[in-house]
Design a binder for this molecule. Structure first.
Ligand code: SF4
Ligand code: SF4
Length: 148
């Protein structure tokens, strides 16, 4: 009896799956189709804002960024895509020394777009941009200095 129930249940389940699939197919069949005329017509191109195209370091109007040169993003990156160099500066008023960012290099050609670096950053100093037109003929040009 149990076998029969399972057998009939499987048939009903299969029929439901088939109907679900056919419903999706029919809906898409009658949905208006959109053809992106890329690259000729970039004005119709839609790239989702959350698309991870390249890592960027936003700067404010004075050219400052939020990076504190902690190195967490560099340590977290699984394949060495980020390379940070730091320097020590001395505060003229207090006389105290502190480490600051000298250069922040990002290799777009090596990046896996996993976003671990963005997630680990304690200051929100880096983020992904959806600017995707980054093709070059020389891979060296994909190594980008993110800080100004
Ligand atoms: S997205 Fe991933 S691979 Fe790319 S720089 Fe960040 S941690 Fe490294
Ligand atoms: S980008 Fe963020 S995680 Fe990376 S060094 Fe700067 S503050 Fe630290």
């Amino acid at each position: 009896m149990e076998t029969r129930n399972t057998y009939i249940g499987n048939i009903i389940h299969a029929a439901k799956s088939l109907l679900t699939g056919m419903r999706v197919t029919l809906r898409e069949f009658f949905t208006r189709k959109i053809t992106e005329q890329y690259p000729e017509n970039r004005s119709t191109l839609h790239i989702p804002s959350r698309h991870r195209a390249t890592l960027v370091m936003p700067h404010d109007a004075d050219g400052n960024n939020k990076c504190i040169a902690c190195g967490l993003c560099q340590q977290t990156c699984p394949n060495g895509t980020i390379s940070i160099t730091t320097k020590t500066v001395t505060d003229e008023e207090t006389g105290k020394s502190r480490k600051v960012l000298a250069e922040y290099h990002y290799d777009l050609g090596a990046c896996m777009f996993c976003q671990l670096c963005v997630n680990i950053c304690p200051k929100g100093a880096i983020e992904f941009s959806n600017e995707f037109e980054n093709a070059v003929f020389d891979r060296k040009k994909l190594i980008i200095k993110l800080n100004r």
